[in-house]
Write a protein that binds this ligand. Structure first.
Ligand SMILES: Cc1cc2nc3c(=O)[nH]c(=O)nc-3n(C[C@H](O)[C@H](O)[C@H](O)COP(=O)(O)OP(=O)(O)OC[C@H]3O[C@@H](n4cnc5c(N)ncnc54)[C@H](O)[C@@H]3O)c2cc1C
Ligand code: SF4
Length: 509
């Protein structure tokens, strides 16, 4: 076998990959903490630390198992900080005759490695990551010839293909989807479980990042880094989820509360996205746990969770590969505004936003509905440029990797794709936030008012959004009713004036 260099990227920490099934002295693995990766967007400090901690742990593990490894820390003098330079130097100095890599999940890296393959002057081979349920092109093929890429059809196909929650050819319980039952507000503090964290010290990496001058956002207590960074910890978190959170996952999936940032959400996204665990093992474990505990856990909780993983997560990946690179340029509404300054501080009088943003800065985490119906909803109503919104989401969350960030942000949340991911924009007035959270009762604004001093900005901005985008949205069959209601409203000019005022003063809200 030629002397081979195998590249492992920071989100390819799959210790069960077939690469590792045998030890070969001709193969050397390469892992690098690069400025190329810390600087392509401004990341949350916890996100960079989580990646580096997980990479270092993974590197140690494969080394312990007998594999040869070159690992460059960010401050290693030999680290040239850019993938191309590092590979060229290693090939020249150490005589590698072949490069192998696993297919990256990001278009940016895929393109970079594709170009490198042509210029390195040695044979290059790409491998599958052996993580996802489907390959990159599956979704495109599945929807070939179809106008709409409906997630629900894709999800049902996944259920059948992998025989998850199935009774022969039919869905267990006679229904595919229990979404209608996943919409309760959270009112009982006593149900709250204690969040499971993995407090560990992160001083070395924290100081290294500061010294290197990497620009980050958010905060961290380096004495108590809270995220799972190994396969063992990720499996423990999955176990904790099954035993403590699954029982109410579906019920409170859409709820938001100042009492607790996580509620019944799993916090498994970092472990999944770095491939410490696979989607199939997660859903199989959850399904098995439910089968053994059916008397305590209802099907709607389990189906709600499994849909997120084999439905939404896998679907978003398929959309990404079907629609990139054009997807990253889409701006259906032509929105151009800058993000209000308080997206970077949490310093706004709007409680829903100050809480969701404050929590994101503090924890690098917000759950789906905070991302979709608070921060995303406001950005869309206020006409913020999708590039600005993407940059924020890509930086701030622990789990943010472009394939799953941009499809959720530009697609699902900002409808900048004009309806590839969603059939209509996810926008709401204060009504939805009031129903699903306790935010409004702690807010300086009045959720029931559309105009006047102290009226909730979501209310007038909601109608302003529909009015200004009438031409683009009126014919959408799912939206027609909204325009009927709007056209009957008597104080339309006042509402639009109120919204204009808020738009002109976004930074002061
Ligand atoms: C605007 C916006 C941006 C987002 N950006 C990201 C991102 O960068 N990375 C990311 O992993 N998720 C993203 N999501 C999806 C979702 O919000 C997160 O996956 C979830 O909040 C992670 O927390 P959790 O692990 O506790 O999730 P849980 O609620 O416990 O859900 C379980 C798992 O399901 C998967 N999942 C749930 N919803 C989605 C979804 N819409 N798309 C893909 N997977 C999903 C995740 O892997 C998650 O870990 C985004 C959603 C929105 C609306
Ligand atoms: S009143 Fe409006 S701004 Fe305040 S928390 Fe409710 S929805 Fe948010």
């Amino acid at each position: 076998m030629p002397k081979t260099l195998r590249l492992i990227l920071g989100d390819q920490l799959n210790s069960n990959h077939s690469w590792f099934s045998e030890i070969n002295p001709e193969i050397t693995y390469l892992m690098v903490e690069m400025r190329q990766e810390t600087d392509y967007v401004q990341h949350h400090i916890q996100k960079i630390i989580a990646f580096f901690l997980a990479m270092r742990h993974f590197g140690e593990k494969i080394k312990k198992n007998g594999h040869q490894l070159i690992y460059y820390k960010l401050d290693n003098p030999e680290n040239e900080q850019e993938l191309e330079k590092i590979l060229v130097t290693l090939i020249q100095e150490q005589g590698f005759e072949k490069l192998e890599y696993q297919l990256p999940d990001e278009y940016r890296l895929d393109k970079q490695l594709g170009l490198l393959s042509e210029s390195l002057g040695i044979p290059v081979k790409a491998f599958d990551t052996e993580h996802f349920l489907t390959d990159r092109g599956f979704l495109k093929e599945f929807f070939r010839g179809k106008k709409n890429f409906l997630m629900e059809s894709f999800y049902r196909e996944m259920r059948k293909k992998f025989h998850i929650l199935m009774d022969g050819k039919d869905p267990i319980g006679g229904r595919w989807n229990f979404d209608q039952e996943n919409r309760s507000a959270f009112k009982d503090k006593h149900l709250l479980p204690k969040a499971k964290t993995y407090p560990k010290k992160a001083h070395e990496i924290y100081e290294m990042i500061q010294k290197a001058g990497v620009k980050t956002i958010g905060t961290l207590d380096p004495d108590s880094f809270p995220w799972p960074i190994s396969r063992k910890e990720s499996l423990e978190l999955l176990d904790y989820f099954c035993k403590n959170l699954l029982v109410h996952f579906g019920d409170f999936q859409d709820a938001m509360s100042t009492w607790d940032p996580y509620l019944f959400h799993s916090r498994l996204s970092f472990s999944l996205n770095t491939k410490l665990i696979t989607p199939l093992e997660v859903v199989e474990k959850v399904e098995q746990y439910w089968i053994a505990n059916q008397n305590q856990i209802s099907l709607s909780q389990v189906e709600g969770f499994i849909r997120q993983i084999i439905g939404w997560r896998e679907y978003m990946r398929g959309i990404y590969w079907a629609k990139m690179p054009e997807f990253a340029e889409l701006n259906f509404f032509g929105h151009k505004r800058k993000l209000p300054v308080w997206y970077w501080t949490g310093n706004t009088k709007m409680k829903c936003l100050s809480h969701s943003i404050g929590q994101s800065l503090e924890m690098a985490y917000a759950h789906h509905i905070q991302r979709l119906m608070v921060t995303g909803n406001f950005a869309l109503l206020a006409g913020i440029a999708p590039d600005e919104v993407d940059k924020w989401y890509l930086g701030i969350y622990i789990d943010a990797i472009e394939w799953v960030e941009i499809t959720n942000t530009r697609g699902m949340s900002q409808f900048a794709d004009g309806g590839i991911v969603g059939t209509k924009p996810y926008v709401s007035s204060a009504n939805y936030i009031k129903k699903m959270s306790n935010y409004c009762s702690h807010c300086a604004y009045k959720p029931t008012e559309k105009t006047g001093n102290g009226a909730c900005p979501f209310n007038s901005l909601y109608w302003h959004f529909y009015e200004r985008n009438r031409e683009k949205l009126e014919k959408n069959p799912r939206i027609g009713m909204v325009y009927k209601t709007w056209d009957k409203m008597k104080n339309k000019p006042e509402i639009l004036d109120q919204a204009e005022f808020y738009i002109k003063n976004l930074d002061t809200l």
